[in-house]
Structure formats: C-alpha cells, structure tokens
Design a protein around this ligand. Structure first.
Ligand SMILES: Cc1cc2nc3c(=O)[nH]c(=O)nc-3n(C[C@H](O)[C@H](O)[C@H](O)COP(=O)(O)OP(=O)(O)OC[C@H]3O[C@@H](n4cnc5c(N)ncnc54)[C@H](O)[C@@H]3O)c2cc1C
Length: 420
C-alpha cells in the first residue's frame, strides 16, 4: 500500500534553490512537501553541512507544522495527467512508494557533471571532479594520495580545495581554458566573486595550476597509475593515484521532461518569474541554467514569490541580472576546446553501463539505432552520461534522437511503480 500526501506546494530539491524557496512559502501559510534524495538539505555545494545563515534558518523551519520533509526520497515517476509524483524511499528499500500531490511544484533539481571520454577514463581511480569532491566530503580517505584534477571551470578549483583540505597531495590542476579566456572571465567578475577567488587562490598557493592543458589519457593496467597530459605543443606523463575530471555541468531536466515542460538549450525553459511552460510548475537554480550558488539562491526566492502571486523587488531583479551575467561569463570563459572531443579512440567505452565503445557507435546512424543495435543508453544510468557524450561527439541531437525520458527516473523495483 502506498502512502499519499497532499499540500499546496511540492518543492523537489533541497540544494540552494530549494532552500531559498522554503521560508517565503511557509511564511505565507503554504503547506509544503519538501523532497530530496539526499538525507538532509544542502544539495551539491553544502553536502557536508549548510552554510550560514541558511543552517540557522533551515533548522528553525524544519519543525514547522506546515512543512513535511521527505528527505532520502527520490522522485521516480509522474502520475498520468496530474501533478502527482511517485517517490521511492532510498533509505528503507522495503518501504512502500509514497505519492505526493499539489497544485504547484517547484523543480530545484540542480545539475550533474558533464563527462567527456578519453582512453582510460573508465579505470578505477578516475572520477568526475565533483564526484571526487563528494567522496572527500563524505570522508573518503584521500590523505597522502597523489591527485590530479583536469577539465574546466570553477568546480575544479573547489574540488582541489577539498582535496587539499583533506590532506591529498595535489599534483596538478589542469584547466583547459587558455590564459586569455581566463583573464577575460576574471575581468567580468564582480568584486565579491573576485574576493572569493582570491581566497581560494591563497588556500591553493604553491599548488601546480596550469592553463591551456588537458588530460589525454589515463594510464594503468588494473587501476589508475598515471595520466598523460598535453598543452597542445608537448605531452608529458604524471604519476598519480586519483584523477578527477570536470568539463562543466549539465542541468538535470528529466523530471521536468516527464512532466511535459519545455526544455531550451539543455535547461528547463523559464520566464522572468521562473515559471516553466506548464502552469503551476516553476524551476530554479542549475536545472534552469548553469550559473552557480548565487543564481540558485535568488532564483529559488523569486520562484517562491511568483508561486505566491508576488513580484520580485527591484533589488532581487538586479541580483538575478548579476547572477545571469556571471553565468554567461562562465559559459564564455570556460568554453571547451575542440581537441577535447577528439580524445576518445575506437576502443574507448562511451556507454559504461553496457560497455559500448566509440567504434561501434560510429557505425550507427542515430541514437535510436545505437540503442536498438548496441544497447547504448539502456543501462542503469539510462543515457544520463552517454547521451550527452553522443550528442557532443557524434552530433546526435537530443530531440531528434528520441532520447525521451521515461519512468522510472532512477532504478526502482517494479513494486514501487505499481499500486497494490
Ligand atoms: C558534483 C557537484 C559538486 C559541486 N560542488 C560545488 C562546490 O563545491 N562549490 C560550488 O560553488 N558549486 C558546486 N557545484 C555547483 C552546484 O551545482 C551549485 O553551486 C549549487 O549547489 C546549485 O544549487 P541548486 O539548488 O541549483 O542544485 P543542487 O545543489 O544540485 O540541488 C539539487 C537537489 O535536487 C535533488 N534532486 C534532483 N533530482 C531529484 C529527484 N528526482 N528526486 C529527489 N531529489 C532530487 C538532489 O538530490 C539535490 O540535492 C557542484 C555541482 C556538482 C554537480
């Protein structure tokens, strides 16, 4: 038998965007169901604990009578023709599915790392930079290990900072963007961000940071032993125990797609009040466009106001404009160089779930053919990793490929998808 709850608003996501929406909604008397697959609020950035003032605010709000928290629950499906979401309890696998329903939904689903394949990227010891950081934040023992971080964007530095703080030996942080692109990005940063960057730079002083360089190959027989790096003119080998790669972030749009929201440029399409193309459904934060924590916070707040029928103030609109201009600067400053799309060879695995190599995929005409002929994208991640890679490397556009999203959004037992 399933448990069913209803409320005025469902907020999916307890990262910064979801967090910023909760207080205004509760203050206005709305009954809120707050869902996240994580065990506590924080999202990606505050995985190890909320920053102030949010820690204080959220701990004061958690006992609120109007708030039902379903943490440790993942949304796996949308019930036909309604805003009713089906959840599975990830902490108690035997527990029955939970159904939640409300006339309004805020999608604050965040983003995931973008992976690009290169020979050896599936070796044990190689992970996403954010994944490595998440492991470190979950107290994975990294002290004394030789770590290389390679890819692009601020997340590389954040991961480097976490590795350094946990006692890792930082061998190299390799940023693929060139010096000129980075200088252009820095010139557009507001003072507060420059201050944060300077603080990070100070903590990472003495670390080997190189621009215009990238990983070409991960080397090892059973597990990672070294990386082959390139700066376009020369290549060199660097021994290491862990490699974290980060090539930017991709918005999580699957639940929005399942609901029927329009997607634009890979993100959930929203208007100035964060309303999606569906009446009553709003989106905020990384899922509505990559831009970092400040953008997520202000968008969560603006979305909550819009759900209450209120407009954002001039100050809030200005903050949002600043955050979106930072997002644009990020996209330009850390644009990926074309060489990164040429690293995989015919034997390089693209679909890690079903062991499908690039050579096999090049024989296919489309994503659909690839699925039918090779099972690419049919494994546990359901194309979340290899789908975007195929789009980048083989030019198979998402819509034309029929990379349509289907329930369940996460692997789930059949019993969780059916009522008794
Ligand atoms: C791996 C990783 C590490 C990062 N580390 C940093 C960092 O150290 N510093 C930094 O400035 N930025 C970091 N970022 C960038 C980060 O995305 C933002 O700065 C910030 O966390 C965005 O807030 P958000 O609320 O939009 O999304 P998130 O913080 O990602 O929150 C989204 C939440 O939605 C939940 N969710 C998604 N789908 C479902 C579902 N189907 N069911 C239930 N819950 C769901 C997730 O569990 C998550 O808690 C990281 C990003 C990634 C992907």
């Amino acid at each position: 038998m399933s448990n069913a709850f209803s409320a005025d608003v469902i907020v999916v996501g307890a990262g910064p965007a979801g967090i910023a929406a909760i207080a205004p909604l509760l203050a206005a008397g709305r009954r809120v169901i707050w869902v996240d697959q994580g065990v506590r609020p924080g999202g990606q950035i505050w995985r190890a604990g909320l920053a102030q003032p949010w820690a204080r605010q959220i701990s004061a709000l958690l006992p609120h009578a109007g708030l039902r928290c379903l943490f440790g629950h993942g949304v796996i499906a949308v019930e036909e023709a309604s805003y009713r979401l089906r959840l599975q309890n990830l902490l108690e696998p035997a527990a029955a599915a939970v159904l939640v329903q409300a006339p309004q939904i805020l999608l604050a689903l965040g983003a995931r790392e973008r992976h690009l394949p290169f020979p050896g990227w599936t070796l044990p010891g190689v992970s996403g930079a954010g994944g490595l950081q998440a492991l470190i934040k979950s107290v994975w023992p990294i002290a004394g290990k030789r770590v290389v971080l390679a890819g692009s964007g601020p997340l590389l530095l954040a991961a480097a900072d976490s590795a350094r703080a946990a006692g890792a030996q930082l061998m190299l942080v390799a940023e693929q963007a060139g010096r000129a692109a980075l200088a252009g990005f820095a010139a557009k940063l507001p003072l507060a961000k420059l201050g944060q960057a300077a603080g990070l730079g100070w903590r990472l002083r003495g670390s080997n940071y190189s621009t215009g360089s990238w990983v070409v190959k991960a080397i090892g027989s059973e597990r990672l032993e070294a990386v082959l790096m390139s700066d376009g003119r020369r290549q060199w080998e660097l021994p290491c125990d862990a490699l974290g790669t980060g090539f930017g972030l991709l918005p999580n749009t699957e639940l929005a797609e399942l609901l029927g929201c329009q997607i634009t440029a890979g993100a959930i399409k929203v208007d100035a009040s964060m309303q999606t193309s569906l009446s009553g459904v709003f989106a905020a934060g990384e899922c509505a466009g990559i831009g970092g924590v400040d953008k997520a916070l202000i968008e969560g707040h603006i979305a909550a106001l819009a759900m209450l029928g209120r407009s954002a103030s001039a100050t809030q609109r200005r903050q949002h404009a600043q955050a979106t201009s930072f997002a644009r600067a990020l996209a330009v400053g850390f644009a990926l160089r074309p060489e990164l799309l040429q690293l995989a060879d015919a034997k390089t695995l693209i679909c890690r779930c079903e062991d499908v190599a690039l050579g096999e995929l090049k024989e296919q005409r489309s994503w659909r053919d690839a699925k039918l002929q090779t099972r690419c994208g049919m494994g546990a991640c359901q194309g979340r990793i290899c789908g975007p890679i195929c789009q980048s490397l083989l030019g198979w556009p998402a819509a034309a490929t029929g990379r349509s999203v289907r329930a369940p959004l996460q692997p789930a037992p059949l019993s969780k998808l059916l009522d008794e």
